[in-house]
Write a protein that binds this ligand. Structure first.
Ligand code: FAD
Length: 556
């Protein structure tokens, strides 16, 4: 695929060899949205950059969010005007720079009796929100009557609904957005590795040495850099302690879970921001054939690498849905998939997770490591700008303006959203024989214009039309191995395609095809292959909440 730089793990050994011989300006630890955004910005400003990620890119919180590019209406209640303004303004920047990944989305806020917002407070808040984010007049909020609200969402309970408001937001695929940033950074000259876990950081004179263990090799990998940036989100305190064992910790982690059910079981028409039974608000967001609902917000002190949804998390979300929508009771058995993530919030004594600020903060260690924590997916570009400004200053480089506001996250971007939509229609006209319209929309939203080349290749490689669908999976997989540093089957099923969440049966059906092809293409050993397969089975069953379903079956 011309336009992208090859970014694969077949030549991992030689890439590692050459990276270990470099002295980088900046070493970024953490391949979530924050680290990826910093890597791109720093590279575009002329710095040499190495990005290190211990698992897969976006495997932390950046694939576990509500997947909204939003200012966060509820933060207005906490009077966080600066945060809402900055992230609100960032929404249209993200859409303009990656319109296949950041989609305009009308949000529906039903006003309920005894709900969080009255018609008046919601109307006021959204007007402020629209103005802070400079939403164009035609996209500003619309207030609707009770009758119209019930027409829009017949599942609402007419006894409690008083009216409704429609307002504008954007929806994304957080992992794909992160991947687009990593790929773009690599395309602009950065080096990046997944599956390298930073274990030690030492500083001598002006050079930091960063030592990593490699999930796919027994040797330690040592890299040198002038400026280290810690962008490890929920793990940021751990890295601060790795660098300085007397460092103060300042994170309070908050767990948030989402459940995915079939749209047949919760047939809503709009992305809806609704009241839970306890005064909090949740999102229910339709996507293709499913709806995802979340999120919880509870203090987390367990193992960061073993985050699971427990019975009380699932119960909370199910009770919230069943309490607000007039549906036949949705139970654990209806949950097709799920995910849980950790918010890396800055600790403030005496505050509950829901009250903690979502603002980002930078901390500089005695030896000069910059740590950035807090923040939101939506604000990644501005967070990166602040970090790179500071890194340039520390490195004593001529200041250069941040270039990412105008930077497109694909080498062949769509000019605007209508070009994106027309592209989907024309692909469908040409390839309807072996892909559905939903599948084409997902493919183009995932890969942008690269989707067309994939469809062409699938058609030309397959002998007959019945094998074209399978060929298309192989083409996507090969593309991700070649240009997206894919290493593990879950990289593909979870973060590169999102099938784990939005089409789990497709992920299950194709598990062996995916694992076998990765083994062959990346020349993995039998033992690595067997390990990958068993990890996939475990993760698929965890997402489907089989651990909770089993307990329930035992108790009935
Ligand atoms: P992460 O994505 O967690 O990345 C940190 C990375 O560092 C990880 O990939 C990890 O593997 C890596 N790492 C850790 N230790 C090491 C090491 N030793 N060596 C190498 N790498 C290491 N924001 C929004 O704007 N919109 C939303 O809709 C939204 N919804 C959310 C819903 C939930 C439930 C949660 C939890 C958060 C939500 N957020 C949302 C916030 C947003 O998702 C986060 O702010 C953002 O993803 C944090 O990204 P990050 O890169 O800082 O952290």
């Amino acid at each position: 695929m011309k336009g992208w730089r090859r970014f694969n793990n077949l030549n991992r050994a030689s890439r590692l060899e050459s990276a270990m011989g470099e002295l980088y300006d900046v070493i970024v630890i953490g391949g979530g949205i924050t680290g990826a955004g910093i890597a791109l910005d720093a590279t575009l400003r002329g710095l040499s950059v190495l990005l290190l990620e211990k698992k897969d890119f976006a495997s932390g919180t950046s694939s576990k969010s509500t997947k909204l590019i939003h200012g966060g209406l509820r933060y207005l209640k906490q009077l966080e005007f600066g945060l809402v303004r900055e992230t609100g303004l960032e929404r249209s920047v993200a859409h303009k720079n990656a319109c296949h990944l950041v989609h305009p989305e009308n949000m529906f806020l039903p006003i309920a009796r005894n709900g969080s917002f009255s018609r008046w407070t919601a109307g006021m808040a959204i007007s402020v929100y629209d103005r802070l984010a400079k939403v164009p007049a035609e996209d500003r909020k619309v207030m609707v009557s009770k009758e119209r609200a019930l027409e829009m969402e017949p599942l609402l309970d007419e006894k409690i609904i008083k009216s409704g408001i429609i307002y504008s937001e954007y929806r994304t695929d957080d992992a794909r957005l992160t991947m687009a940033l990593v790929k773009s950074a690599v395309r602009e000259g950065a080096e990046a590795f997944n599956y390298l876990n930073v274990e030690k950081i030492t500083r001598t004179d002006d050079v930091s040495e960063v030592s990593c263990s490699d999930a796919y090799g027994s040797e330690k990998r040592l890299f040198k850099g002038l400026q280290v940036v810690n962008a490890t989100g929920p793990w940021a305190d751990d890295i601060r302690l790795v660098e300085d064992n007397e460092s103060e910790t300042n994170l309070q982690l908050s767990k948030g879970v989402h459940l995915v059910v079939s749209r047949n079981r919760l047939p809503i028409n709009n992305s809806t921001y609704f009241d839970a039974f306890d005064g909090r608000m949740l999102f229910a967001i339709p996507r293709g054939k499913v709806v995802y609902i979340g999120t919880t917000d509870t203090k987390y002190t367990g193992d960061l690498d073993k985050l699971e949804i427990d019975a009380s998390d699932a119960r909370y979300v199910l009770d919230a849905i069943n309490g607000f929508f007039n549906v036949e009771e949705i139970t654990l058995e209806d949950v097709q998939s799920s995910w849980a993530g950790l918010r890396p919030l800055i600790h403030h004594a005496g505050k509950a997770p829901t009250e903690l600020s979502r603002k980002d903060e930078m901390f500089i260690s005695d030896s000069g490591m910059i740590s950035i924590t807090g923040g939101k997916l939506t604000g990644f570009r501005k967070m990166a700008e602040r970090v790179v400004d500071l890194a340039m200053e520390n490195l004593d480089r001529e200041p250069r303006p941040c270039p990412t506001k105008e930077y497109k996250l694909h080498f062949d971007p769509f000019a605007d959203y209508s070009e994106f939509q027309n592209f989907i229609s024309s692909c469908y006209d040409a390839y309807a024989e072996f892909v559905t319209q939903d599948e084409i929309a997902m493919l183009v939203s995932t890969f942008g214009k690269d989707a067309l080349e994939m469809l062409k290749q699938a058609e030309s490689k397959a002998g007959d039309s019945s094998s074209r669908a399978e060929e298309l999976i192989k083409v996507q997989l090969d593309f991700c191995m070649e240009y997206e540093s894919l290493m593990h089957p879950m990289d593909f099923l979870d973060r590169r395609t999102g099938w784990l969440y939005f089409d789990i049966s497709k992920a299950q059906r194709n598990l062996e095809l995916v694992t076998d092809r990765i083994k062959t293409n990346l020349k993995l050993s039998e033992s690595d292959h067997a390990l990958q397969l068993s990890e996939c089975k475990e993760l698929l069953s965890q997402s489907a909440l089989l651990h909770l379903k089993r307990i329930k079956m035992k108790s009935t």
